[in-house]
Design a protein around this ligand. Structure first.
Ligand code: PMP
Length: 304
């Protein structure tokens, strides 16, 4: 991680190295945190944070799904993200707000633990590796299933949820793939370890929803809206393994992964093994939007 000079911690800007918590904090033992991943891009009008308010709303919603009252409101958290970006010299940057149960009890019930909030920003290069956006990635179906919506609220971005993702991605990497695709308990496709999934068949775009145990991605939502504005039909449905393997195109979406083509799933090549036409079209529109080159979507940008 590229360290920065400052971090926002419990309402104050402090030195990066002072963003500490005790090892006996509740979150360290039980993963009891909720967080966000937000991106800030350089544009001709200065740096711009993409869909900041939507991310902060999801953070607060993630907290409430776990009964965690985050002691700062939307406006304060939005402003804190802006402040920490302003203090950073980094051009393109990733913003990581996290709210977590701190130090008090080690009982699983966090009853008296304080809710701490930190916001850091730092440079994070291509999430799925150099060349992923242009050439696509090789994926594998994970032997680990996505956790059930009856076990944890998948629509919350909960820290502990990522143990499931970690198992899937480390297994995929060990076997030489770039990323894992997780099935859900009903044997439908769920999502990547940190990305939503879309398929394209005969010119129509398909993706799944919360019933498939996914995080409802903000990139996913952006792409659905973009498709509707350019008259590409989007059908939201459960996606089977058959749908995936017979797709003309497959792509991942996510704040860090942006719009990444998927060129294979295990030994199956998707389409001709190259990024598809609709994938590249959506990728271009998305990248233009985040770089401030598409006025139709300027309301998604918070210019710093
Ligand atoms: N699913 C998971 C499990 C993720 O971690 C992410 C990344 N936040 C996504 C989907 C995509 O969400 P978003 O587009 O909001 O980044």
């Amino acid at each position: 991680m590229d360290k920065n000079s400052s971090i926002w911690y419990n309402g104050k800007i402090t030195n990066w190295d002072d963003g500490q918590t005790h090892v006996m904090s509740h979150v360290i033992h039980y993963g009891s945190g909720v967080f966000e991943g937000i991106k800030c891009y350089e544009t001709d009008n200065g740096r711009a944070i993409f869909r900041l308010d939507d991310h902060i709303q999801r953070l607060i919603q993630s907290g409430s799904l776990y009964g965690m009252d985050i002691p700062y409101g939307n406006n304060e958290l939005n402003q804190a993200c802006i402040d920490i970006v302003k203090l950073s010299e980094t051009g393109d940057s990733y913003i990581r707000p996290i709210a977590f149960y701190g130090y008090d009890t080690l009982g699983v019930n966090p009853k008296n633990c304080p809710v701490n909030v930190a916001i850091a920003t730092f440079y994070w290069g291509a999430y799925l590796g150099d060349g992923a956006l242009d050439k696509g990635v090789r994926t594998t179906i994970s032997p680990w299933k996505k956790f059930s919506i009856h076990s944890m609220p998948a629509i919350a971005k909960g820290s502990g949820h990522y143990l499931n993702s970690m198992l899937a991605v480390t297994d995929a990497k060990k076997r030489g793939f770039d990323e894992a695709i997780l099935m859900n308990e009903d044997d439908f496709i769920s999502e990547g370890s940190g990305q939503n999934i879309f398929i394209v068949k005969d010119g129509t775009v398909y993706t799944n929803d919360e019933k498939s145990s996914i995080l409802l991605g903000i990139t996913r939502d952006s792409l659905i809206k973009i498709c509707s504005n350019i008259n590409i039909d989007v059908i939201i449905k459960n996606i089977s393994m058959d749908d995936l393997l017979k797709a003309d195109e497959v792509f991942f979406s996510g704040t860090a992964s942006e719009v990444t083509p998927v060129c294979s799933v295990d030994e199956h090549t998707i389409g001709n093994g190259k990024p598809g036409e609709i994938t590249l079209k959506l990728q271009k529109i998305y990248m233009d939007i985040v770089r401030g080159k598409n006025d139709t979507y300027s309301h998604w940008l918070t210019i710093i």
